[in-house]
Design a protein around this ligand. Structure first.
Ligand code: SAM
Ligand code: DTB
Ligand code: SF4
Length: 327
């Protein structure tokens, strides 16, 4: 077995070759990489909060928060006190990262963004990592979030460039890449991953991971979502993918981006206990923790704690990019 290395010269062909490995061989390589670069006894627990639910003008075919599918009502930006209350609950439950999501196409300067910047500062002052996902943004906007103490910004590429246009028509792959570059340039950690089960081919998964793994440096976290087939969205009836195909994607993300936190993200509820264990074995070292994702259910926190106890896995301690301000 070749020694695992951090490389940035990945091509879709080289990544596809990993997907083509016999399953157990792939798992062995991913586990070896995981153990070389991480404490394999630790899992990052990241709790999600939907701070601005629904009403999004985009047409992402998978997303129940797109206004056009009339799947839910649009709600206002949550009051800051409510968000801070949720962050405290997450911290007390053992989460090391608090991720706030808004169903926005892009960030607009103004009172609402000012409030999000304030939330970031206050959550960071609680001594936990803070992440937001607010859609596309410009350099001066990520700069403000950076100064407020933001640890990471989540912005997913979702799939390959080619498959992307079958899933989203209201923005381009290059729009996504531009935002990722602004995040990197501002010195905020990049959280970027994708979704499997969008009707894509294995080749599309290889292209997505090759794009992420060609970045230098690699994204610090890589969420691998399994499509949650939300009622009322165009992908509601999309066939469920084979669980091993999902695990393979995690393993390949681990091998190609050895230092990243690879997150077993949306769709975990559809996995058996055994499949969740396989995902950890394939190199996942982060999960969304808490009973709800943004609009859909996640495994109960108590169920996750029980599984972690059974496997001897411990939660990672928070490592905010900016230390909390002294009171
Ligand atoms: N509006 C912002 C954006 O799109 O960047 C932030 C929130 S959006 C809900 C964050 C990510 O959640 C999407 O990029 C997508 O990868 C993921 N996501 C949304 N709906 C999903 C679903 N039904 N199943 C799996 N992942 C989903
Ligand atoms: C990510 O990659 N997955 C999260 C988070 N980043 C923001 C969102 C998953 C959403 C799943 C569908 C829902 O609950 O609405
Ligand atoms: Fe809007 Fe984000 Fe949902 Fe797309 S994924 S519809 S941008 S909230």
């Amino acid at each position: 077995m070749n020694a695992p290395l951090v490389r940035h010269d990945w091509t879709a062909e080289k990544v596809q070759a990993l997907f083509d490995l016999p399953f157990l061989e792939l798992l062995d390589r991913a586990r070896a990489t995981h153990k070389q670069f991480h404490d394999a006894g630790k899992v990052q627990l990241a709790t999600l909060a939907n701070i601005k639910p629904g009403g999004c003008p985009e047409d992402c075919s998978y997303c129940p928060q797109a206004a056009r599918y009339k799947t839910m009502k649009s709600e206002a930006l949550l009051p800051t006190e409510e968000v801070l209350r949720q962050a405290q609950v997450a911290k007390d439950a053992g989460a090391s990262r608090f991720c706030m999501g808004a169903a926005w196409r892009k960030v607009r300067d103004g009172a609402q963004f000012d409030r999000v910047v304030d939330m970031v500062e206050k959550v960071n002052d609680m001594g936990i990592e803070v992440c937001v996902t607010l859609g596309m943004l410009k350099p001066h906007q990520i700069q403000r979030l950076q100064e407020a103490g933001l640890t990471a910004y989540n912005h997913n590429l979702d799939t390959s460039r080619e498959h992307y246009e079958k899933i989203i028509g209201t923005r381009t792959y290059d729009d996504r890449l531009d935002t990722l570059q602004h995040i990197r340039d501002a010195g905020v950690h990049v959280c970027a991953g994708g979704i499997v089960g969008l009707g894509e081919k294995v080749r599309d998964r290889a292209e997505l991971l090759a794009t992420l793994a060609s970045m230098n440096p690699h994204p610090e976290s890589v969420p691998i979502n399994k499509l949650v087939r939300a009622k009322g969205t165009p992908l509601e009836e999309e066939p469920e993918i084979d669980v091993f195909d999902y695990i393979r994607t995690i393993a390949v993300a681990r091998i190609t981006m050895p230092k990243a936190k690879v997150r077993l993200a949306a769709g975990r509820r559809s996995l058996s206990k055994e499949a969740r264990v396989l995902a950890f074995q394939a190199g996942a070292n982060s999960i969304f923790y808490g009973d709800k994702l943004l609009t859909t259910p996640n495994p109960d926190a108590s169920e996750d704690r029980a599984l972690m106890d059974e496997l001897g896995l411990k939660p990672m301690a928070p490592q905010p990019r900016v230390p909390a301000k002294a009171k």
